[in-house]
Design a protein around this ligand. Structure first.
Ligand SMILES: Cc1ncc(C[n+]2csc(CCOP(=O)(O)OP(=O)(O)O)c2C)c(N)n1
Ligand SMILES: CC(=O)[C@@H](O)[C@H](O)COP(=O)(O)O
Ligand SMILES: [Mg+2]
Length: 619
């Protein structure tokens, strides 16, 4: 397919030079390019198709990069990347050495703020607006936030802060497609939906009149009084109560609505709020019909669409968790499942169907998810919080203050522990072993294989305090989970191979690698199972009988599991040498998981090389 108009755009200046009538052609080409490109690389598709016109309108109206556009999450910025000089680089999207799937300041001056975790855009745009105000710079700051991301507390913290500042140039655009990754949840969703069901889109003229103050104040007042009387607060009212001027909703696929509206809003000072309605997957029938399936995709044939037929392969850890949760819930009525807006990614679709009354999607609200779980535990339930390692970072205080300090039996099923691959640095679960193992009362486990994952999850539900089972994205060595569930002895490791001189103390995903290295070196191999409590007795015994202890973990080497092993070994007067292998002290980019692990020396060859290097230093 050819893209003659799109290919003329190297920067937004080229876009601004086009005639208005050419923009519709540009939108069509951009959409077709996105489908073709993402089908080749994989990536986030539905959200990008939904923001084609909005992206064009923003770069048309605002003087980017002087004006700051801050995208929330950033999974919808492919169109923005394409229009800001990265069209050709799209073939390397999310691949090793290629461009990121999210905005990154280092990648382009048009990427004003790095993102990938949601609901930061209003805070960031507000910071930029305040900076412009204090330097007396004539600069606009625009936050583009989705209806899913809007559900997070942080978005409301920022609205609360911004709504009180009348002299800033801040525009918040709510990109409402009535979807999170899955169907959005909660009261805000209902408020937004009520607004849409009760009205048609506002035309550009009506929004323009309101911007220019033509709408009769008395009629406006009467409308509000009527709304209050009926108890029908529209989203407009909600955001106006926060101190914003609310406009919309307008059709986010209509450039004739978007461009004049944005031009009008640009003239205003103070916090402005524009409600834009879009459709996730717009323009690609398959994605419109199933925006969840096309939210994040691997490579696929875009004419045939994604083929979902089940293939008999290894189970992913996510599936192992999902199956365990259903089985465990059948056996134990106290078990409830909680997800902060990650039903599909966390493997909870079947549980949600089978146990709707015990399934809680709390929205993009990790902090709330953890405290909510803590309270359920207080009341005798066994809450299972299914959460990605990287997103649990958001709820660290809740983990300590609400769960661990009160020693509450909350089970954390932590998915995406370790390097996740194409999402890159923002999503790698690189820190959980560090940040969990320093918290008193926590039991922290990492399974060596799929069956052990199931048994550890069961163990967690039998434990009287907080516990975490941390597993990686994708599948493991392929050990089929046994139907029977038996609790593991807490704090006991498993010796897998008895060797000489060297002992490999491996955590979670590193165990199968360690077995290969162990064969080559005739080393002792231990599946440590527990990061906390650590099997200190075994560590001391290994220290007494080996000249070198090597710890292996897919976690930051600083403060991780190996550091704990060292702490124990340090107490010995006669101690072996220690080699701690894990993720280095720098952020790791995107790429294929195996490629990334090899790049940091966490494959068999890398581990052998590190051990050899240690011995060579001695000789
Ligand atoms: C803190 C955090 N939690 C969860 C996610 C995972 N996540 C990415 S996109 C998304 C849905 C966002 O919905 P919305 O903002 O409406 O954007 P849309 O996908 O509809 O375009 C979620 C839950 C995340 N990126 N950050
Ligand atoms: C943008 C975002 O945070 C999610 O869409 C994430 O990319 C999903 O990752 P998985 O593909 O590992 O579920
Ligand atoms: Mg949405």
């Amino acid at each position: 397919m050819s893209y003659p108009t799109l290919e003329r755009i190297s920067t937004p200046t080229d876009l601004r030079a086009l005639e208005r009538r050419q923009l519709n052609t540009l939108a069509n080409e951009l959409r077709a390019f996105l489908i073709e490109s993402v089908s080749r690389t994989g990536g986030h598709l539905s959200s990008n198709l939904g923001t084609v016109e909005l992206t064009i309108a923003l770069h048309r109206v605002f003087n980017t990069p002087h004006d700051r556009i801050v995208w929330d999450v950033g999974h919808q910025t492919y169109g923005h990347k394409i229009l800001t000089g990265r069209r050709e680089a799209m073939s390397s999207l999310r691949h090793w050495g290629g461009i990121s799937g999210f905005p990154r300041r280092g990648e382009s001056e048009y990427d004003t703020f790095g993102t990938a975790h949601s609901s930061t855009s209003i805070s960031a745009a507000l910071g930029m607006a305040v900076a412009a105000r204090s330097r007396k710079e004539d600069r606009h700051a625009v936050a583009v936030i989705g209806d899913g991301a809007m559900s997070a507390g942080m978005a409301f913290e920022a609205l609360n802060n911004a709504g009180d500042m009348n002299d800033i140039n801040l525009l918040v655009i709510l990109n409402d497609n009535e979807m999170s990754i899955s169907q959005p949840v909660g009261a805000l969703t209902k408020i937004l939906a009520r607004m849409l069901s009760g009205s048609t889109y506002n035309t550009a003229r009506r929004v323009g009149e309101k911007v220019l103050g033509i709408a009769p104040p008395v009629a406006e007042l009467a409308r509000k009084v009527e709304e209050y009387a009926k108890g029908m607060l529209s989203p407009g009212t909600l955001f106006e109560e926060f101190g914003f001027h609310y406009y919309g909703p307008i059709d986010g696929h209509d450039l004739d609505a978007l461009i004049p509206t944005l031009n009008n809003l640009k003239k205003l000072k103070g916090p402005q709020f524009l409600h834009v309605i879009t459709r996730k997957g717009q323009g690609y029938k398959l994605a419109e019909a199933d925006p969840i399936l096309y939210h994040g995709v691997s490579k696929f044939d875009h004419t045939a669409g994604i083929q979902t037929a089940k293939t008999a392969g290894k189970l992913t850890y996510t599936q192992v968790f999902g199956d365990w949760l259903c089985d465990a819930a059948t056996l134990d009525a106290r078990i409830v499942g909680i997800t902060p807006a990650m039903r599909e990614g966390s493997g909870m679709v079947r549980f949600a169907q089978e146990h709707p009354e015990r399934y809680f999607d709390v929205g993009i609200a990790e902090q709330h998810a953890v405290t909510f779980a803590a309270a359920l535990a207080c009341e005798g339930f066994v809450p299972v919080v299914a959460i990605y390692s990287t997103f649990l970072q958001r709820a660290y205080d809740q983990l300590i203050h609400d769960v661990a300090l009160q020693n509450l039996p909350v089970v954390f099923a932590i998915d995406r522990g370790g390097l996740v691959g194409a999402d890159g640095a923002t999503h790698h679960g690189a820190y959980d072993l560090s940040y969990l193992s320093c918290i008193p009362n926590m039991v922290v486990m990492a399974p060596a294989d799929e069956n052990e994952c199931r048994q550890m999850l069961h163990t967690a539900t039998q434990h009287a305090g907080p516990s975490a089972v941390r597993y990686p994205r994708g599948s493991g060595s392929g050990v089929a989970p046994a139907a029977k569930m038996s609790a593991l002895p807490i704090g006991k490791a498993q010796v897998r191979r008895q060797g000489t001189r060297i002992a490999l103390l491996a955590f979670g995903s590193m165990v199968s690698l360690a077995e290969g290295v162990g064969e080559t070196l005739d080393a002792t191999v231990v599946n440590m199972r527990f990061i906390k409590p650590l099997d200190e007795a075994l560590v001391l015994e290994l220290a007494a009988h080996h000249e070198l202890l090597v710890t292996l973990e897919e976690n930051a080497v600083i403060g991780g599991a190996g550091a704990e092993v060292s702490r124990v070994v340090e107490t010995l007067a006669q101690r072996p040498r220690m080699l701690r292998l894990g993720l280095p002290d720098h952020f790791i980019d995107h790429g294929d998981q195996a490629q990334l692990l090899a790049s940091v020396g966490l494959d068999e060859a890398g581990i052998l090389a590190s051990i050899n290097a240690l011995y060579q230093r001695d000789s």
